[in-house]
Design a protein around this ligand. Sequence first.
Ligand code: COA
Length: 259
Amino acid sequence: MYENIIFEIDGSIATLIINRPDKRNAVNNATVEEIDQVLAQVEKNLELRVLILTGAGEKAFVAGADIHELDKRDTLLGRSETRRRQEVYTRIEQLEIPSIAAINGWALGTGLELAMACTLRLASSKASLGQPEVKLGITPGAGGTQRLPRLIGIGRAMEMILTGDPVSAEQALAMGLVNKIVAPDRLLSEAKKLAETLASRPRLALQYAKEAVLRSSEGSLAEGLAHESYLHALSCGTQDKKEGVASFLQKRDPKFTGR
Ligand code: COA
């Protein structure tokens, strides 16, 4: 059905695999459009609770934008193609359900940008992450200059972006760029385990909490606090809130319905 990706659904967990292993899963424009089509499906399917993103093969999550297409990118295409990627990656960031990047190898350029648009990041111990664009004479264009400093601070982001040199999984963990490192052969099972934990939590509480946290890097503290309070108020009106509090008081496990 898709040429460049594989999309699978297993119960409440969806998995999107970038599938160009012989090109180290480099993301070309066609791949961006296929990701966007999958996101439309994910948004419509209310049974889904978590989206996992990963790369096919053992070497790369995504080794950047397709350099053959970059070769043809002039100023005009540079603007339109980056705007399109920003739009699609932001769609991932703003999904109502959380997403997990399972970084199985190289996450370079647009690959790191894609991973940073996800809610959480697990890395194989063999992963390397970087924004090598300057080595090609260009700058990051799919969110790297904005999401990287928000995640790891301006100083470290400057170093990664201006040197273009990648960091190891251990370095990425130390700087908060990934949440956890796992053995390569356990990466997908750990991602699924984490996805199952998230899927067991009340859907709307996760949705509102995620939205509130994303707001923390935009606007003023006062606006963020007001938004947080409204989202908290909304969560107080859910059935899962009644169930969560009642189950605690009654010393039993909760049975969440996602309502
Ligand atoms: N775009 C297009 N093709 C790419 C690619 C990219 N970003 N990254 C790798 N490929 C292709 C190579 O051209 C090669 O294709 P070929 O077999 O037709 O010659 C194939 O994938 C394997 O690449 P190779 O370099 O031999 O793999 P490797 O495992 O030795 O090295 C990398 C992996 C990721 C270190 C290396 O491929 C690389 O540096 N890629 C470019 C990274 C980059 O600058 N990305 C940012 C773009 S903004």
